[in-house]
Design a protein around this ligand. Structure first.
Ligand SMILES: Cc1ncc(COP(=O)(O)O)c(C=O)c1O
Length: 438
């Protein structure tokens, strides 16, 4: 009798040719590019039938459909791949930031209103978790060279209340991590990493996350690897990960993970004990709550996809870097009045996109419209300056951050997805060649 995995694979092979979705997955990398009808998406899942088989197999054979054995295996393999002592998977990158900041606050005993330095430019849920955890974001204007916060301006904003610097490398590209590390050491503050856009980026040959006390990651389809939705918190301090897990799992004290969740006596081997001082009988550890938590657990099917995606990561990293280089060259060759952000010589950036800095807002407006009209997707660098948005404008006057304010006016990005074929790259060049500002 063949294994469940083999049976599902042969079933998919038998229907693959007749089923649109499966056909797409089977042929994604070999498919002919249809210039008239197909768009060049800025990103998207890079996967094949292995992920589909893994989802179905987990659905049919999983003992517990939520944060079970597959999620636990993915957490362990992810930690091994990127050099962490421990990781916890959650249902999104935003959730990862939320529980990571909650865990750090508790672990380091930070108080309400303590300050965390962060760029005003980027994705909203880098900043929102600081406010949600009653911490104060302290903003630093960006450096137009690499669009990360200006390291030379950080020191003047450090006060007695400063506890950390939350770095979110712009489209995967880190700031000078040596300078940042020196600053953090000098002032005895923590580096925290939003690694959602920079999974696999390196500084001085070491994974970026090794410079931070904890890091978060997103597995939304636009990111380097995807589980549909999903996120991860990782650290070399296991207690921080245990706290993050507790916050993501209703705030519970019990730390059984994977199949241990189904053990009669639990991981602690004393599941029934006198856990609460005011209750003098044996009670179940599973319902003891040591944190005010949320429920942010992923499905086990997401863990199963993650295991397959990790195997593809090295290829994804190489292809993103190659496509970033090729597409940058097209822009430089064919478009006047733009600059492409490049990596620092000590960085090996796992690019999320190709950052295009336009000399004028008019060039940005015309170029974005032209590319979109020709089915080449573009994106803003997310929110631009978050202080320009209704939910955040009460925090501070956006005009104090003039370079950040230029982001929505002058900057956009296009993709460097590993799904791009040679034909797609040729198409991108042919479109750029014909751009005219008039
Ligand atoms: C830098 C950064 N942080 C956090 C997030 C949030 O991740 P998610 O969409 O998985 O919630 C994103 C989103 O894509 C992001 O780009």
């Amino acid at each position: 009798m063949s294994s469940l995995n083999e049976q599902i694979t042969s079933f998919l092979e038998s229907v693959g040719e007749d089923n649109d979705i499966l056909h797409f997955l089977y042929n994604m990398n070999n498919k002919k590019f249809d210039r008239k009808n197909q768009s060049i998406y800025y990103s998207g899942p890079f996967w094949d039938n292995k992920e589909v088989v893994a989802i179905i197999e987990t659905l049919l054979s999983g003992k517990w459909l939520v944060s079970g054995e597959k999620v636990n295996k993915f957490e362990r393999q992810f930690s091994k791949k990127f050099g962490h002592s421990a990781s916890v998977m959650v249902n999104s990158g935003s959730s990862a930031n939320l529980v990571m900041i909650a865990a750090l606050k508790k672990y380091f005993d930070w108080h309400d209103d303590d300050e965390i330095i962060v760029s005003p430019v980027g994705f909203p849920t880098t900043i929102a978790p600081l406010l949600q955890n009653n911490l104060t974001p302290v903003f630093i204007d960006i450096d137009i060279k690499d669009l990360n916060f200006n390291l030379d301006e950080i020191e003047q904003k450090i006060t007695k209340k400063t506890k950390g610097i939350f770095v979110s490398p712009v489209l995967g590209n880190p700031p000078d991590m040596d300078q940042l590390t020196d600053l953090a050491k000098k002032h005895n503050i923590e580096i925290i990493l939003d690694n959602c856009d920079s999974l696999g980026s390196k500084w001085n040959d070491s994974d970026l996350s090794s410079y931070a006390v904890a890091s978060s990651c997103s597995f939304y389809p636009a990111h380097h690897i995807t589980t549909g939705e999903g996120g991860m918190v990782s650290s070399n301090i296991e207690e921080i990960v245990d706290l993050a897990r507790s916050f993501a799992w209703w705030g519970r004290d019990c730390y059984c993970v994977g199949s241990a969740n189904l053990l009669t006596n639990g991981t602690c081997k004393k599941r029934f004990d006198k856990w609460l001082p005011d209750v003098d009988i044996l009670i179940d550890h599973k319902y003891v709550f040591s944190n005010i938590g949320y429920n942010l657990k992923p499905l086990d099917m997401q863990g199963a996809i993650g295991i397959e995606q990790l195997l593809k990561f090295d290829d994804i990293h190489k292809m993103r870097r190659l496509n970033k280089r090729i597409i940058s060259e097209f822009f430089i060759k064919h478009i006047k009045g733009v600059r492409i952000v490049e990596e620092h010589k000590k960085a090996e950036t796992s690019w999320f996109g190709v950052p295009v800095v336009c000399d004028t807002p008019l060039i940005k407006e015309k170029l974005v419209k032209y590319l979109e009209d020709n089915k080449i997707q573009t994106r803003n660098y997310f929110a631009g300056n978050i202080l320009q948005h209704p939910a955040y404008s009460h925090l501070e006057d956006a005009s104090s951050y003039p370079i950040s304010n230029s982001v929505l006016r002058n900057i956009f990005f296009v993709g460097c997805s590993p799904t791009y074929s040679d034909e797609m790259l040729e198409y991108i060049e042919s479109v750029l060649k014909n751009f005219s500002l008039n």
